[in-house]
Design a protein. Structure first.
Lengths: 167, 207
């Protein structure tokens, strides 16, 4: 019994020691870039040799300038001109409606959501945003500076890319 | 009956505690004044150091997330936010926001926090369901605390005077100037749920 106590303490100390393995940290290897991604027939590896790993492209930055963008077609849901990182849009709370609800819009100088968003599918007008319109980012999305993978000749109805006649 | 009880208690105190009281009031017979003064000083230093070390040990992330209630709920949520993971790697740990840094307020908060020990022992939020049920209550305590102390713990790092409004997005700069700069609102009025998921917010003003 007299020898058991030191043994017990030693065993406890060993058991409490750090057990996680250190992952060696290495500098990233030389980048293998994908060129002309939109034109590659091989959709999976996009022309990268089988023994190399493609470097991921840079993450695009979300545009955060707070000015309304022109819409591209009639009835287009306006895009969001600001970052919405970590805005909670859950069953519990809707961060967007903090500023965009009609009663607060003026205070925060935010465009209020349209009246149609307060109408249920049965035509009943609610005081709060209609459940079918609740999840804003189903239709309204922020935009980033990502470059399109393939060339796009679509011209919107307004803004700099619009055809002369429509402007 | 009561009077005899009081008398008995007084007699007990007199017979048991009076000798100690007498010893305390009598000058020392064996130890020198120097020993007693220096010894008292050293004992004080050691006691104070031990007290503070023990208290700081309860102010670490390892301690806070040592129980599954914190680790699986609120700490897991914190990890997705900018207060844990960001470009510069400066981050907040639990007590940065939830325990005042100034000593007096810290002790007061620590005493309140002893209720959490009670909660841990009796398992008041030991399942996810119980936690979700209590989340609004718990959150409201923190909001009330921050509202009452003008978001003191936010301002330990985020000082309005040091905010470069020109580097904020226009809408943030505008709102900060109008509501934070004038003292009309405090941080927590708008920035609820920046580090954890929000409870059901129906009817709760958020900005």
């Amino acid at each position: 019994m007299r020898h058991a106590l030191p043994l017990l303490i030693a065993a406890t100390l060993v058991a409490c020691g750090s057990r996680h393995e250190e992952v060696p940290r290495r500098a990233p290897s030389a980048p293998v870039t994908i060129t002309d991604a939109g034109q590659q027939i091989d959709a999976l590896r996009r022309g990268v040799p089988i023994d190399k790993e493609a470097s991921p492209v840079l993450l695009p930055r979300v545009e955060n300038f707070d000015r309304r963008r022109p819409v591209n077609y009639e009835m287009q849901p306006p895009t969001i001109p600001h970052a919405i990182d970590n805005y909670q849009l859950t069953v519990n709370t809707n961060r967007c409606m903090l500023c965009h609800t009609r009663s607060k819009a003026e205070k925060f100088q935010a465009p209020p959501v349209s009246d149609a968003h307060y109408v249920t599918r049965d035509g009943k007008v609610l005081e709060e945003i209609s459940p079918r319109r609740y999840f804003c980012v189903q239709c309204h999305v922020p935009q980033s500076d990502a470059q399109p993978l393939v060339e796009n000749r679509y011209r919107g109805i307004e803004g700099p890319s619009a055809p002369e006649a429509a402007r | 009956m009561i009077r005899s009880g009081i008398r008995a208690a007084r007699n007990w105190i007199h017979s048991h505690l009076a000798p100690y009281w007498k010893a305390i009031r009598t000058p020392s017979m064996y130890y020198s004044l120097g020993f007693l003064t220096l010894g008292g000083f050293l004992a004080g230093v050691i006691f104070w150091g031990a007290f503070n070390t023990a208290m700081e040990a309860t102010n670490t992330e390892a301690f806070c997330t040592g129980c599954h209630e914190m680790n699986d709920n609120v700490f897991a949520e914190l990890k997705t936010t900018i207060h844990y993971n960001n470009r510069s790697g400066v981050r907040a740990i639990c007590p940065d926001c939830h325990v005042p840094h100034e000593w007096t307020y810290k002790i007061a908060r620590k005493m309140q926090a002893s209720k959490e020990v009670w909660g841990k022992i009796f398992g008041s939020v030991d399942t996810r369901e119980k936690f979700l049920k209590m989340r609004l209550d718990l959150a409201q305590h923190e909001w009330a605390r921050m509202k009452a102390n003008d978001s003191r713990e936010c301002r330990n790092c985020h000082q309005y005077d040091s905010m470069d409004l020109t580097r904020q997005s226009p809408r943030a700069a505008n709102i900060h100037q109008h509501y934070l700069g004038t003292g009309e609102n405090t941080c927590i009025d708008c920035h609820k749920g920046i580090a954890h998921h929000l409870p059901a917010m129906a009817g709760i003003p958020q900005g």
